[in-house]
Design a protein around this ligand. Structure first.
Ligand code: NAI
Length: 255
């Protein structure tokens, strides 16, 4: 059985991931703002470093897997927060745990991206490039100046997917794996808040997958189960769309 850190463990997809992994007998280190084993704020560098320190102490510097679920949506209190949590809250945390993942001999990670990230492939927004340059101040500033939470969300998910794919090349050579899940709409508190938002509610409600419904958190957790298991031993750097066919509908000729 494995020791696995899960961020965003207190709600939605992260909570479902924890339920599945715990039922399979794994030892979990739950990370979230509150109600977790590691209570930390992944939107700031201090918070991320505290999360890394406490995670390393909880796993004794040897970790089998990380599932990075923590994220905020378009209703976040500030646009900069979207960049801070969805990109830097994933990348700084994962970078800080790299050696512990390597120490386990088979470190694996799954990043929860979004189908929204794939819509930016042709012309990535400059704020995504600032994220990939690891320049948090610039990326946050550009996101705030551009003033569109939906663009910041898509840019953060695009950038974190590119980060994950680049990292998987490095990790593959060290016997480690990293994959990304790109969910479509999933019934969680984040999705509910987006549907109720005066600015984005209509668009979110109209963003319906060919299958005619939103997903449920368990359907994303099943993907995580697979990507952390030996059944996916040769799967590395992949983006697994769990979106009811949304990505295929929007860009069938891009894969
Ligand atoms: P949720 O709101 O139910 O759960 C997100 C969790 O992240 C919460 O427990 C929250 O406290 C935690 N979190 C937020 N900011 C944090 C911070 N600064 N530090 C530590 N923890 C923090 O949302 P949901 O839907 O479960 O989202 C999980 C992931 O799935 C997110 O990355 C989201 O972008 C992604 N996603 C969700 C979709 C959906 O339709 N629900 C669609 C595509 C992607």
């Amino acid at each position: 059985m494995s020791t696995i850190a899960v961020t965003g463990a207190a709600s939605g997809i992260g909570a479902a991931v924890c339920k599945h992994l715990e039922a399979a007998g794994h030892t979990l280190i739950r990370v979230d703002l509150r109600n977790a084993d590691v209570n930390a704020d992944l939107s700031s560098s201090e918070g991320r470093q505290a999360a890394i320190e406490q995670t390393l102490s909880a796993c004794n510097n040897q970790l089998d897997a990380v599932v990075a679920c923590a994220g905020v949506g378009v209703t976040a209190p500030s646009i900069g927060l979207i960049v801070g949590v969805n990109y830097f809250g994933v990348t700084e945390y994962l970078n800080g745990l790299e050696d512990a993942l390597s120490a386990s001999g088979k470190g694996t990670a799954v990043i929860i991206g979004s189908v929204a990230g794939s819509h930016m492939v042709a012309t990535p927004h400059p704020m995504a490039e600032a994220m990939l340059d690891n320049d948090e101040t610039k990326a946050r500033q550009m996101a705030e100046e551009f003033g569109d939470p939906a663009a910041a969300y898509a840019a953060s998910k695009y950038a974190v997917t590119v980060f994950g794919r680049r990292k998987s090349v490095e990790w593959g050579k060290r016997g480690m794996r990293l994959n990304i899940i790109a969910p479509g709409a999933v019934e969680t508190p984040l999705h509910q808040a987006s549907k109720e938002d005066a600015r984005f509610g209509e668009a979110v409600k109209n963003f319906v997958a060919p299958m005619g419904r939103a997903g449920i958190p368990d359907e994303i957790a099943h993907g995580v189960d697979f990507l952390l298991s030996d059944k996916s031993a040769f799967v590395n750097g992949s983006v697994l769309f769990i979106d009811g066919g949304m990505d295929a509908m929007v860009r069938a000729n891009k894969f």
